[in-house]
Design a protein around this ligand. Structure first.
Ligand SMILES: Cc1cc2nc3c(=O)[nH]c(=O)nc-3n(C[C@H](O)[C@H](O)[C@H](O)COP(=O)(O)OP(=O)(O)OC[C@H]3O[C@@H](n4cnc5c(N)ncnc54)[C@H](O)[C@@H]3O)c2cc1C
Length: 369
């Protein structure tokens, strides 16, 4: 069987890796467009404290968090160890005591079926600041030990390299159309030439809908811009700092190289406008410094912009395109794709291989509106 994957973001890279591991012939096409979400994503993995209650969303998110350690050891067998994945824990902060109580109750209820969430502990303001020194004085926290962080660029590049070691072909061509008829996709059209396959996995994030339109199919995905900032604290060892989760859509997390990432805007209706804006940057810094004023003297190191692929709800869009043979869709990972992506890619690989996916995919019908 020959499989073509359109898009080498977190979902396409994972599907490619799992298919290649299973001995399938895979070709990935990705011109690495500006604004690809995986390259901008913050990388927080902490589904247990989320206020999202949709059980199908939670199944993939918690499954994704659980799957990471297994993926990390599989990739190590392929010599891929530069992944930046680490279980550094998370601090839920801000809000009234009663808000932290509610978060604690939610995490504890979910932990019973998710031991990988680790332990949950209430920390005093001093204990919290000892873990994340720039944190504002007087900020008590709820600590979740199993939370992790990962750099989307490193993990997706590692999966693509590992896929190539197992025979996958990685190409930088842009796919400009699907080949075949309204009932059977047989490959892809490139800017120069075409490529044929038994199965095409469309995993090109926010850019997917126009490729489906000629088949009369509507994929309800839109880009949602996220502006995110990387700060540096020269000389500080940030490698073990926990993720900070205030009770808003903003957050802070740290990586090994004295780097603190603060994010992010969520700009509905942004289209593919790949720009930093004065208001966006102000919002991100204001939120971050409000929570962690100790970052005021940090070096402004880098800014990133990503287009989150947002579906019609929180549930991803996954599975076979109903009524079209040879076409599988993986999309709509929204704001949680670095958590769900590797696991979701593995599930799609199972589907393409003719196996029954470990999580039934019926609830994620990709062409729903
Ligand atoms: C600022 C920001 C912060 C985030 N933080 C988190 C977080 O902390 N935790 C979390 O779990 N998730 C987070 N996310 C969400 C996560 O990054 C996304 O859900 C996920 O990366 C989506 O992956 P994807 O593979 O579906 O899409 P993408 O990563 O966008 O990949 C699509 C790929 O398709 C390629 N492509 C497009 N068109 C074509 C074409 N015609 N032919 C070939 N290739 C094509 C693109 O170049 C791209 O590489 C964040 C996102 C953003 C933007």
């Amino acid at each position: 069987m020959q499989v073509i994957i359109v898009g080498g973001g977190i979902i396409g890279a994972s599907a490619a890796y799992h298919l290649a591991l299973a001995g399938t012939a895979v070709t990935v096409f990705d011109p690495m467009l500006e604004g690809r979400a995986t390259a901008a994503g913050a990388g927080i993995i902490c589904p247990w404290s989320s206020r999202v209650t949709d059980p199908d969303w939670y199944r993939l998110s918690s499954g994704g968090a659980r799957y990471y350690p297994e993926l990390v050891s599989k990739l190590a067998e392929d010599g891929e160890t530069d992944l930046s994945y680490r279980r550094v824990g998370a601090l839920c902060i801000e809000g009234e005591e009663s808000t932290l109580d509610a978060t604690e109750a939610r995490v504890r209820a979910r932990m019973q079926a998710a031991p990988e969430a680790g332990t949950v502990t209430r920390l005093s303001a001093k204990e919290a600041q000892a873990l994340f020194p720039p944190l504002k004085e007087g900020t008590p926290a709820l600590h979740i030990s199993g939370s992790a962080r990962v750099d989307g660029r490193l993990i997706s590049a590692a999966m693509l390299r590992a896929a190539a070691k197992h025979g996958a072909v990685i190409r930088t061509d842009k796919v400009v159309g699907l080949l075949g008829t309204e009932s059977r996709v047989t490959g892809v059209r490139l800017e120069a030439g075409e490529a044929h396959a038994d199965e095409v996995l469309l995993a090109n994030g926010a850019w997917a809908p126009p490729l489906l339109a000629p088949l009369g199919l509507t994929l309800a995905v839109e880009p949602q811009r996220g502006q995110i900032i990387h700060l540096r604290l020269p000389g500080q060892d940030t490698s073990q700092w926990p993720v900070l989760l205030p009770m808003s859509s903003h957050y802070l997390l740290a990586f090994d190289d004295s780097r603190v990432v603060v994010g992010a805007t969520r700009e509905v209706g942004s289209g593919f406008d790949y720009r930093l804006t004065a208001g966006g940057i102000m919002q991100v810094l204001q939120q971050a410094l409000g929570v962690a004023p100790g970052l005021a003297s940090a070096t402004l190191h880098e800014t990133r912009i990503g287009m989150r692929p947002m579906g019609p709800g929180v549930k991803p869009l996954l599975g076979r395109a109903h009524g079209v043979e040879g076409l599988v869709i993986g999309n709509g990972l929204g704001a949680g794709g670095l958590t769900m992506g590797p696991y979701t890619g593995a599930l799609l690989a199972q589907l393409i291989l003719g196996q029954t996916p470990e999580v039934p995919l019926e609830a994620y019908a990709p062409l729903r509106s």
